[in-house]
Every structure is written in C-alpha cells, then in structure tokens.
Design a protein around this ligand. Structure first.
Ligand code: HEM
Length: 413
C-alpha cells in the first residue's frame, strides 16, 4: 500500500466532502481509519465484484497478520473485526453461523411480524402525541425513530421490552468512533452480560423467537459455540437498530425540508417504498464492515490490494456514486429512476434484516405522515446535530412540531 493516506474523519464531520475526495482518488484508495491503514472502496461496481471474490475474507484471525498490534485497542474497529458472529466468517463457517437466524427474515416470516410492527408504530405515535405540549417541539428521534426499531428488534429476538432501552444505550456506544478505550470496553462487557442474561432466560423459558432459535442451534444442534451464540445476538441487536434509526430520521427530515418530495408521495407520483429505498442510500454505514485480502488482488486501475491488507468499504459513497446516480447523487429524490444502492452490502453477507427494514419503512412512514399531516421541522435542517461517528451517520435529534405552525416560526435560509 502506498503511503499517501487519506485520514478518515473519526466523527464524519463533513461526510459528503470526504466521500467526494475519496471517490476522486480512485475506486480503491489508501486511508487511515483511527490509525489503521486500510483500503477505502468507493466504486459500487468494484465493491460488488470484490464482495463475492473468495480472495476477500471477513476472518481477521486468519487473514489479518497485525490484528493484535494494529486493530486490538482501536475501538470500535476491534469490536467489529473480532466479533465471532456471522459477520466475521467466510464460506461454510459463515453459513453455519448465519443459517440459524436466516428463516426469521424470509418474506413469509417477515409478513408474520408485520402486525406487531403496526402495533409498535401505533403505540409510539400515541406516546409521541402524549409527550407533545401545546406549541412545543418534540424530538422525533427520541419518540419515533429510535423506539420503533428497538422495540421491533426486541420483539423479533424475544427480548423483554423493559430491557430494550438499556440495549439501545449500549448499541449507541458500539457505533461511536469518539469514545475512549475504557468506555468502549465497559460498553462491550455490559452488552455481553445482558445478552448472556437473555440466553439464560431463553434456556429456562423457550419461546417462538429468534433468540430461542439461536439457543437451540447451540444446545441441541451444536451448530454454534457459546461465544458465537452471544455474538450473533450482538450483531442482530446492533445491526437491527442504529442504521434503521438513521434511515427514519434522514427520510423524515428530507421530506419535511423539501415538501415537494412529500407531495410526490401524497399525490401518488412516488411510494413509501421509494422513500425507504432513497433513505437507505444515505443511512448505511459510511465506513464499514472491515474485510481482509487473503491474497494479492490486482484491480483494474493498476493498483494491487496486497495480501493481509485491510479493506473498509465506503457503502454510502458507493451508493451515492455519480456513476450510478449522476451529478445530483447526494440529493434526496424519491422520484429517482435508478433505485440501486449498496446500503445492505452485497453477496453472501448481504444484510439479513433487509426485508424487515423495508417492512418497517412501508408501515411507519405513512403512519407518521397520515397521523400528523401538518408535521413541521422546528429548526432548519442545517441546524440539526449529527452523530459523531464514521460508522453511524445520522441526525442526533430532530425537533418537530406535530401540528400546524405559522411558517414564519421555522428559520428560513
Ligand atoms: C437501515 C437499516 C440497515 C442497514 C443500512 C443495514 C446494513 C447492513 C450492511 C451494510 C451489512 C453488511 C453487509 C456486507 O458486509 O456485505 C449488514 C449486515 C447485517 N445486518 Fe443489516 N442493516 C440494517 C438493518 C438491519 C436489521 C433490522 C437487522 C436485523 C434485524 C440487520 C441484521 C444484519 C446482520 C445479522 C448482518 C450480518 C449478515 C452477515 O454477515 O451474514 N440489519 N447490514
């Protein structure tokens, strides 16, 4: 790898600018991510090619010679690179770890989850209405975007709902790229302790849920080790939450900021599915998940990714690449004719929860906008704070007025 490293901003302070720079440096470019040298991939066609290439591995133990010295201790890279879930396995091992969870997310089984999602959405809308005092803004992130995915994943996994808020706090820690090492280890330890408690509960009170399926795969079928069982749950809870929150927030802000977009949907020129797909192009991981070259891999532009090199794909930069979406690729446009994106990755590790996310969008967006037809941002979109993370990119809070307000109360730029 040459030494002309682009330093990835730990807090994704100006993500679109950073992504444009990365794209301008070629389809694969060397970067420094929290001190780790890695290849950033921004070309969507190259990502699709490499994600099904057997020379690329997810197994850091086997294919990352500097795991101990360069990755351990770098939060959250260490957590993401070493977690013993389906995320970090290849071939038959990957299939073994993924199979016990797979059936939960088939179209048929996701359809069975839909009534529960509808109840969760409806309850959250009631709770949000109750939380709003006359004339005061409410935070849609706190009352809608965060609780819906967390209660949905709690339902799917079989987590007692009262534990959901604690898991929510721990997941947010997993995605932060600006916490200290001590805070990070504390998060990971507490998260695993809670998951062990969940596994113990399912052993004593099995139920028709995903956690029980994984426990059976461990205890009856011997298909998972105890660590793989816990870490699969870890990936499912973490994967199922934070990105979905970002998707909700991004779409809501975009639709409220540019009311023409919302009008397209209300007047039938675009669908809530279009809204969800468009939001996904923005709400995916900016830089993750990490992979390793198991052999030298020459790529078309003449560079060679060398054996042992780390690869951190830029899924957002690729999903908003001008070669797929033209010069307005960074604009939120529900009528975009080409819906392609890599928000869920590609190939064997394609996001397991994708059908669930799509169902959540299809249900929650229309429910919100039908219930509150006069919803309005309480501040200009440019004033909304973003999370400090290059893994999870999204709004931290989104104050809105649920009812009609005078237009002049929203600062205009
Ligand atoms: C907007 C929401 C979501 C986005 C953008 C997203 C994105 C992703 C991405 C980019 C990957 C990695 C793919 C790769 O490396 O090729 C992934 C994997 C995964 N996601 Fe999601 N995800 C979302 C929601 C969910 C939900 C709701 C669940 C579960 C309920 C989930 C569970 C998983 C799991 C288990 C994996 C690992 C799959 C494997 O390695 O075989 N995700 N997701």
């Amino acid at each position: 790898m040459n030494e002309d490293l682009y330093i990835i901003s730990p807090d994704a302070a100006d993500l679109f600018k950073e992504e444009a720079t990365l794209r301008s440096r070629g389809p694969a470019t060397p970067v420094d991510a929290l001190g780790l040298r890695a290849w950033s991939l921004t070309d969507p066609d190259l990502i699709k090619k490499l994600f099904i290439d057997p020379r690329i591995s997810r197994d850091a133990q086997r294919h990352c010679p500097y795991l101990e010295t360069e990755i351990k201790g770098k939060w959250p890279l260490e957590a993401w690179a070493t977690i013993q879930s389906m995320l970090n396995a290849d071939g038959a091992d990957h299939k073994r770890r993924r199979d016990p969870a797979r059936s939960t997310f088939t179209a048929h089984n996701v359809a069975k989850i839909i009534p529960a999602v509808e109840v969760i959405v409806s309850e959250q809308l009631d709770a949000m209405a109750a939380a709003a005092s006359a004339g005061e803004p409410v935070d849609i992130n706190k009352h809608f975007s965060e609780p819906i995915p967390v209660y949905v994943i709690a339902h799917v996994i079989g987590m007692p709902p009262h534990l959901a808020p604690a898991f929510q706090r721990l997941v947010s820690g997993m995605f932060s790229t600006t916490v200290s090492g001590e805070e990070a280890s504390a998060f990971a330890a507490e998260f695993r302790e809670m998951l062990s408690g969940l596994v113990a509960l399912k052993r004593s009170e099995p139920a028709d849920d995903l956690a029980t399926k994984l426990v059976i795969a461990r205890d009856r079928d011997n298909a998972l080790s105890e660590e793989e069982l816990i870490d699969n749950l870890f990936s499912l809870v973490a994967g199922g939450f934070e990105t979905t929150v970002n998707m909700f927030n991004y779409a809501i802000v975009a639709l409220l900021h540019d009311s023409e977009q919302l009008t397209h949907v209300r007047e039938g020129r675009a669908t809530w599915e279009d809204v969800t797909e468009e939001a996904l192009r923005f709400a995916t991981f900016p830089h993750l998940p990490i992979r390793f070259a198991a052999e030298d891999i020459p790529i078309d532009d003449g560079t060679t990714i060398q054996k042992g090199d780390s690869i951190i794909p830029a899924m957002g930069a690729a999903s908003r690449h001008p070669k797929w979406h033209g010069e307005n690729a960074n604009d939120f446009d529900v009528r975009r004719p080409n819906k392609d994106h890599l928000a869920f990755g590609y190939g064997p590790h394609l996001c397991l929860g994708a059908p669930l996310v799509r169902a959540e969008g299809r249900i929650a967006f229309p429910a919100l906008f039908d219930r509150f037809p006069d919803l309005q941002l309480a501040v200009h979109k440019d004033e909304l704070p973003f999370k400090s993370s290059f893994i999870s990119w999204g709004y931290q809070s989104v104050p809105v007025y649920l009812g009609a307000r005078e237009k002049t109360e929203v600062p205009v730029r």
